[in-house]
Design a protein around this ligand. Sequence first.
Ligand code: ADP
Ligand code: MG
Length: 406
Amino acid sequence: MHILVQKFGGTSLSTSEAREHVISHIRRELDNGYQLVIVVSAMGRKGDPYATDTLLDLIEQTGGSLSSREQDLLLCCGEIISASVLSGLLQHQGISSTVLTGAQAGFRTDSQFGNARILDVVPSRVLEELEKKDVVIVTGFQGQNLNGEFTTLGRGGSDTSATALGAALRAEMVDIYTDVNGILTADPRIVEDARALPHVSYAEICNMAYQGAKVIHPRAVEIAMQSGIPIRVRSTFSNSEGTLVANPEGFKDVQTGVVDRYVTGIAYVGNVTQITVQSSEPSKGNLQLKVFQAMAENAISVDFINVTPTGVVYTVFDSDARKASSILESMGFLPQILSGCAKVSVIGGGINGVPGIMAKIVEALAEQGIQILQSADSNTTIWVLVNKEDMVQALRALHTKFELAH
Ligand code: ADP
Ligand code: MG
């Protein structure tokens, strides 16, 4: 049995023209002989009638009084609407289908409403329906907890639904259809000459996704990596093959190797605040420990940590900055707060030990007069913190410096 999972994101389902493209991809793969399982997101993006962000606005209008269980119930409607519409359109074109909710498709999650984690997927109903119908359509982004309550998986959750279902069904491939031609060297909304990568390893895209590249959710990649299922990220609006995500051995049929690439791409996280806490003399770890314990106790996630003999520098999301600052002040510290920063990352499996990469980064930014507020590196990523107003220029300059466009 050759099962293919196709996941269609919000913009791929937002207009009737887009949905025609979706149907053409479904028809083509049916003609290719696949048994098809379709995972859908809610239709459209912020502002569109049935998009997840629109449903979130509705929840906001309840004044924060809706319980998290009921919030998830409401959010689940977005995918149910798009799945049902798609089913009707397919029927109209002579393709039979069954729609299954996340719960019906066998997604079992923990009870963290709004950001539930998949425990397992038991897809017996999907397999049963596949025998009866041309395709099975599954609502992404949702599951049920062990008490049978509907849960949602958080931002980008439909990607995770798709790869988790692909793994449970031992699918041959998971195709993530979106509005760009695959995984690009940078976000094309900011870097116009960003180039589609024909193939990337799970590790490369996982790093890019964790550093902010929103094209696919990192958890979705991890699940595919664990089960060894290849992913293709491709455009709903063209017939190009997009980007193949697999283990490097999976590329042996591909002409160019992935291993000799030292920089894969550039990503960013905007909206971070830099916090500096200093004492006048070396503190022997006392200050540092107190600061990080306080952040942890208050569930503030910290990033970009540099510890020095006299203090610490780190970042938090802008949304946590005020809280972090008042906690530190209540402890008697005088934190310096720099809001409106952005973390820019240069990502590549081959960065490790290659001399001159940091020099290139500093040069690219200096040429544009961009100040580096902080930097750090690992064997796959180099991060720099810049002012938010410099972010776009920094991304473009780095993209050009590392010749990622050609
Ligand atoms: P979908 O609704 O299909 O899930 P998303 O908005 O979640 O679509 O993801 C696609 C978007 O990701 C693109 O429109 C693009 O702006 C953005 N993006 C950010 N970084 C990258 C990257 N490196 N490669 C491709 N797209 C990226
Ligand atoms: Mg997405």
